[in-house]
Design a binder for this molecule. Structure first.
Ligand SMILES: *[C@@H]1O[C@H](CO)[C@@H](O)[C@H](O)[C@H]1NC(C)=O
Ligand SMILES: *[C@@H]1O[C@H](CO)[C@@H](O)[C@H](O)[C@H]1NC(C)=O
Ligand SMILES: *[C@@H]1O[C@H](CO)[C@@H](O)[C@H](O)[C@H]1NC(C)=O
Ligand SMILES: *[C@@H]1O[C@H](CO)[C@@H](O)[C@H](O)[C@H]1NC(C)=O
Length: 693
């Protein structure tokens, strides 16, 4: 991660007083509610701050840019806006939000529109064990209506998206077309002059956005200026089935892509009308291969669905089954995390779509142009701290979510890094920091000038390689890449007991020599390599690494102890310093038991008495902390009191009403405000740490 790009993300103005929201928020009101959150480029949220109803603000991209997404419902001839804040020269009312709820996969809103309540369900599927479905870059919005007075009412539903979904620059020209026959109505919109692999303001600059709905009886469509299309529905309860072909800039008379349904006369809850929103680009990723050549990689689902029409038809047709699977997934997470606490379960539920959003499953093509589905690489965008590809120290904190949902995804994440470094192009003896500076270009760092985190990344790679093998019994990657793993462990043997002046993953805190917590990372890495050698049948090497790790722990205990108080230091010799020793999580995850229980007990007692209003600081240099490292620490502390102290601190932060971006992982423990601007990062996958120990 790097800090250069985050200044522009810093706090949007917010009311300083937290107002009470006027609806029921379950399990709580987060800083931003996921709406359509599936990929780095399909990431629509409802910013909250102190609280915003579905029709109080526009949906926003994760970085705060508006994504036009409007919705109206017409009840007995009276129109109500339920989604977004459209300005239309026509008469309409505002539906009144009664409740909001989020689960791991869904955000559900109930709003009253006169005598009818509508339920708006935003489902972003999480399908970790189905690579085709997981890679489909689409989300659902489903709208159902029910009378609250037992009487019959005439109901029509409308929704549109703007062209803001296809670029980070609203002055650019877009074109569009629509499919209006067949079983699906689809609008497709794209930049007139795309830039393949390009980004502006973190939005992709190529590919197409799609807004679709089943072409059932009474369904209508229209493209045109926002005010025209929306007024058409408000005044008539149906669209004109006309297409605007005056292609123009996104912000020039804002072209919108409208779809409407006539539900007819309803009383009890209707089956929902379903819309799908998505964004497809192909190729998805540019990846460096041997000899500095590059390979274009494609989203996995393309191997099953060669056309956008085919994937949209399948996706919409699958809604009811997808909802059933989502409900089962949500229930399993709730049950597992609920065994820790209700607060913990709510943090985990809020983290899941955000973590998966950063990832994209890709495959390559063979020399004949056929898809090669045995060649899978999962890519991850770092998000907001910078746009690096497959940052090792972002994958590491997120690792738990993959272990919990499907460890194979972890293998696919590591594969891109391992294959690149095994190609011999990366010159350093330690592990690379990331696969490329700017997503979606995974072009490596053949100059070796990536952000150097030598002990951090080398330790992370060895730990994750073993972790995957332990969970699955699959050691094929250990066999294929054993030379690299040995090289990195050799580096750890020379550099982790006395770590040189360097940054850790917490680069925003600056470089420091002799970091106690970084040494833990390195020593756990050496201990992990001992296990890897054992799995590979290399008994002597295994014994050698085991004895080095054990000897380092003994020496480290002397080096890292404070002489004035009972705690580990932040850096050797600085007795008044301390920090979160979150890297002990690796010792527990891998069941290495390298570090004595007395260390865990001592740190637990120290944290109990060193917390601020919003949690325990990361270390003595600042008052900020990180949610992932608090939860990592919560995973190994020796008392449930201190475990719950960490969890309740994170819960207090994520629900404090002082912020309005997707969940930030770096925040101030005194003020409860976001620090530095990190938001929407996949590291929140680490909030599942307690589910994998
Ligand atoms: C819409 O335009 C895109 C891009 O030019 C094209 O690939 C697609 O086939 C068109 N769809 C229809 C229905 O004309
Ligand atoms: C498919 O990918 C795998 C894994 O990279 C590779 O070993 C295999 O040779 C590829 N198959 C073809 C036909 O290119
Ligand atoms: C043990 O490993 C270290 C670090 O890789 C190496 O320098 C040393 O030669 C090894 N010792 C034996 C006995 O293999
Ligand atoms: C790091 O710790 C070692 C062992 O205590 C010490 O010899 C060395 O001077 C320290 N390095 C720095 C830069 O403080």
């Amino acid at each position: 991660m790097r800090l250069s790009n985050v200044a522009s993300l810093l706090l949007l103005p917010l009311a300083t007083l937290v107002q009470a929201i006027t609806w029921t928020a379950t399990p709580f009101n987060p800083s931003s509610i996921p709406l359509a959150v599936r990929t780095p480029y399909l990431s629509a949220w409802l910013p909250q701050g102190a609280g915003a109803a579905l029709n109080d603000v526009w949906a926003s991209f994760w970085n705060g840019n508006i994504l036009g997404w409007a919705g109206f419902v017409k009840v007995d001839g009276v129109s109500y806006v339920f989604l977004g804040t459209p300005n239309v020269p026509a008469t309409f009312s505002k539906a009144i939000q009664k409740s909001s709820q989020f689960t791991s996969t869904q955000s559900i809103f109930v709003l009253s529109a006169g005598p009818v309540d509508i339920t708006v369900t935003f489902l972003s599927p999480v399908e970790p064990t189905d690579l085709v479905k997981q890679s489909i870059p689409f989300s659902y919005m489903a709208v159902s209506a029910a009378a609250t007075d037992g009487k019959s009412h005439s109901v029509q539903v409308y929704s549109d998206i703007s062209a803001e979904w296809v670029s980070g620059d609203n002055s650019l020209t877009v074109n569009w077309n629509s499919t209006t026959s067949g079983s699906i109505l689809t609008h497709q919109v794209q930049l007139q002059t795309p830039t393949v692999f390009g980004e502006v303001n973190d939005h992709t600059q190529y590919g197409s956005a799609f807004y679709s709905t089943p072409n059932t009886v009474g369904a209508t469509f229209q493209t045109g200026a926002d005010v025209t299309v929306r007024a058409q529905f408000i005044n008539n309860g149906r669209l004109a089935n006309t297409l605007d072909t005056g292609f123009r800039a996104i912000s020039n008379n804002w072209p919108v892509f409208g779809l409407a349904h006539d539900l007819g006369t309803i009383t009890t809850a209707t089956t929902p009308v379903v819309f799908s929103v998505g964004h497809i680009r192909d190729p998805a990723i540019q990846y460096i291969v041997a000899g500095g050549a590059t390979q274009n990689r494609n989203l996995y689902f393309l191997s099953q669905f060669p056309t956008s029409a085919a994937v949209i038809s399948s996706f919409l047709g699958d809604f009811s089954a997808a909802l059933t699977r989502a409900n089962a997934f949500d229930a399993k997470v709730q049950t597992d995390a609920g065994k820790i606490s209700a607060d913990y379960a709510s943090i985990v539920a809020l983290s899941i779509r955000q973590a998966f959003m950063a990832t994209e499953l890709t495959i390559s093509k063979t020399s004949t142009g056929a898809f090669n589905t045995t060649d899978v690489i999962l890519f991850m965008k770092e998000i907001s701290s910078d746009g690096n590809v497959n940052t090792v120290d972002v994958i590491f904190p997120a690792w738990s979510i993959f272990l919990y949902t499907n460890p194979m995804l972890g293998k696919f994440l590591l594969e891109g890094l391992l294959r690149y470094q095994a190609s011999g192009q990366y010159p350093n003896k330690w592990s690379v920091h990331d696969l490329g500076s700017s997503y979606p270009k995974a072009l490596g760092h053949n100059d070796g000038a990536d952000e150097a985190m030598p002990v951090e990344e080398s330790g992370n790679m060895v730990i994750m390689a073993l972790s995957y093998a332990q969970r699955t019994g699959d050691i094929s990657h250990l066999q294929r890449y054993s030379a690299l793993l040995n090289q990195w462990t050799g580096f750890l043997v020379s550099d982790s007991l006395i770590p040189a002046n360097q940054i850790s993953t917490d680069d925003f805190a600056g470089a420091l020599a002799n970091q106690t917590n970084l040494a833990i990372k390195g020593i756990v890495g050496i201990g992990a390599m001992a296990q890897i050698e054992a799995l590979l049948g290399n008994t002597a090497q295994s014994a050698n690494y085991s004895s080095i790790a054990a000897s380092y722990v003994t020496q480290w205990q002397k080096l890292s102890a404070s002489t004035t108080d009972a705690h580990l230091t932040l850096a050797y010799g600085n007795s008044n310093s301390w920090g979160l020793s979150y890297n002990l999580f690796g010792d527990k995850l891998l069941k290495l038991n390298l570090f004595p229980e007395s260390v865990y007990a001592e740190q637990t007692a120290w944290y109990q008495t060193h917390t601020n209003a919003f949690g325990v600081p990361l270390d003595t240099r600042h008052t900020y902390t990180k949610t992932d490292w608090e939860i990592f620490t919560a995973s190994w502390v020796t008392t449930t009191t201190v475990r719950d102290l960490f969890i309740s601190s994170v819960k207090k932060w994520v629900s404090d009403g002082l912020n309005n971006g997707p969940l930030g992982d770096l925040y101030d423990t005194v003020s409860g405000q976001i620090a530095v601007g990190f938001r929407a990062r996949p590291v929140v996958g680490g909030h599942l740490a307690l589910l994998v120990l």
